[in-house]
Design a protein around this ligand. Structure first.
Ligand code: GLN
Length: 303
């Protein structure tokens, strides 16, 4: 920022040019990011920035602004620089220990809410909760539900716990563990997960925001399906009869997930598309008591 950055408007222009050049962003996007970061550093909203366009920027905040713009210019995701990201209308604290909540994942929450009654204390399990976004969004929308949020990373679990407290989600219990490993024989009426599902060698892992996110929250074996397989394989033992399993996955993994669900005896297996039209969430239902296969030795012999 030059010595002649004498107004708020000029500060935004300079930051815009810097972010556009450093990140190869279109001007419009760079300006939006510049405004978000400067508003955050000043502790003001967007209306303030517009109203104070021609004012000199508060000198005491120059250093804070410079620090945020420099971090973003070095490629750090906006959500980590701000330390927060909105998801499902709630403001989540995020650190580099957790995956940044994505709009795509709101589809997982919506599909779960469609099946989650408001007047019964359903037991819900969120596997690999990260920031707690999915678990807390569900818990806030369904105060009657008891939500268990499992996370393998201790640093991520601390973020989820802090978010649950801050967002008043008293019905979320955060549990350390690797998928089902610490759950014993506990059964749930619904299991949801946004697990890692990117193939370990996918070059996308080395560009953009993904470079800064925890690799163990993104990558999952050679085909990206390793963790989805573990979750689907373990689900029948942890679902009550008729319980639902809902999984987020990559745009090209819908058919594989449906096949895995069918192999494990799930019914009603189907895949939902995200706003971009990509297959994103596959769900299925654990066989209810009535449809559990009866041991043929129990059946009366044919006359
Ligand atoms: N949808 C994310 C992405 O491709 C990945 C999230 C995940 O692995 N769970 O950026």
């Amino acid at each position: 920022m030059g010595a002649d950055a004498a107004t708020v408007a000029r500060l935004i222009d300079d930051a815009t040019a810097r972010l556009a050049a450093a990140l190869g962003l279109p001007k419009r996007e760079a300006r939006l990011e510049a405004r978000v970061l400067i508003a955050h550093a000043l502790g003001v909203d967007h209306a303030w920035l517009i109203a104070h366009d021609t004012d000199p920027p508060p000198p005491s905040q120059q250093r804070a602004i410079e620090s945020l713009i420099a971090r973003r210019a070095a490629g750090e995701p906006v959500a980590y620089v701000l330390g927060e990201r909105e998801f499902f209308g709630l403001n989540f604290a995020v650190t580099p220990a957790v995956l940044i909540p994505r709009p795509d994942t709101e589809l997982l929450v919506e599909a779960a809410l469609q099946r989650l009654p408001g007047n019964i204390a359903w037991r819900v399990l969120d596997l690999g909760t990260g920031s707690g976004a999915v678990a807390i969004a569900l818990a806030r929308a369904r105060p009657m539900a008891d939500v268990v949020a499992v996370e393998a990373s201790a640093d991520a679990l601390a973020v989820a716990q802090a978010n649950a407290r801050r967002l008043g989600a008293d019905n979320v219990q955060c549990v350390a563990g690797n998928w089902y490993s610490t759950l014993g024989v506990k059964k749930f009426d619904m299991i949801v997960s946004n697990p890692p599902y990117i193939a370990a060698a996918d070059p996308h892992l080395d560009i953009g925001d993904l470079r800064f996110e925890p690799r163990q929250a993104l990558a999952s074996g050679n085909d990206g399906l390793h963790d989805l397989r573990v979750i689907i394989d373990g689900a029948p033992a942890h679902l009550a009869p008729g319980g639902w399993l809902l999984l987020e996955h990559g745009w090209d993994q819908g058919a594989a997930c449906r096949a895995l669900l069918e192999t494990r005896g799930f019914s009603e297996a189907r895949t939902l598309r995200d706003l971009a039209g990509h297959e994103r969430v596959t769900l299925g239902r654990h066989p209810s008591e009535a449809s559990v296969i009866i041991d043929p030795h129990w059946l009366p012999a044919n006359p």
